[in-house]
Ligand binder design. Sequence first.
Ligand code: CP
Ligand code: NVA
Length: 312
Amino acid sequence: MVSAQLKGRHFLRVNDWEAADLVTVLDLADRLKARYKQRVEDRLLEGRTLGMIFTKPSTRTRVSFEVGISHLGGTALYLSANDLQLGRGETIRDTASVLSRYLDGIMIRTFHQSDVDELAQHADIPVINGLTDDFHPCQALADVMTIRERFGQLEGVRVAYLGDGNNVCHSLMVACAKLGATFVAATPEGYEAEEEVVGWARAAAEESGGSVELLHDPEVAATDADVLYTDVWTSMGQDEEREQRIRDLQAFRLDGHTLSMASERAVVMHCLPAHYDEEVTEDVLHGERSAAWDQAENRLHAQKALMALVIR
Ligand code: CP
Ligand code: NVA
């Protein structure tokens, strides 16, 4: 069921992986999901261990990784960065070397992408990025899995991201572009996605037949969208900017009016946690067009597939 081609690979950013690798994960995720629904066990990681280092809070990432590896026959360890010697100055390199002697994989959620890259550089086991200030690749896997589930494919699907051009936007943009979607992001001026990431996404779209467009008008972006996607306006670590962000992002709220401009088949997505009456309204996120709860569930299935593919 599991091909050996991705064994030992790190998953640090979506752009590091070929479209075909992402499809390998998505195909296995669909299969594991269907089998899990039938209560068929797939103990693909019997006896393996995953260390989960957290410098930021989490509900979905923590629970889906922990439950996911346990479904596969393995065990997860929750490692709060503050309780590790890492929090008292042990180097990332030494931490990577030691953890590689105990564990079969590491998932890390922290601030700087460079710390995750450094951990991966020195680890002998796969490192999975569970969110940094720049990227959220595991979220993007669940996102494209959910879009494929709803529309059968990514090609030709118009995905509109409204709000802050942040970590979630970056990873979603690259994943959609690699898989052939028509991606459009509408952000206020000053909140655009990073140019380098947009460059990766545009290069990927050229190969896949997709497209990437950046706008400042949320209504233009939402018009005829098949997916309306948003994320929090104030990400973890940005709390001091909250008041300013709320002012700047007001016009980008995803509400019933936004939904009325989208295509007839449109779904609403959000990586969660949601902040109601900021980036999204509660009626829309709990309404009949919401795919957000399937999307949250798919974190479990997508990450089970990812772990089964990369952990030896
Ligand atoms: N979407 C997401 O990563 O949620 P958590 O912060 O709860 O893990
Ligand atoms: N952009 C958000 C995503 C949370 C899952 C953050 O970084 O806080």
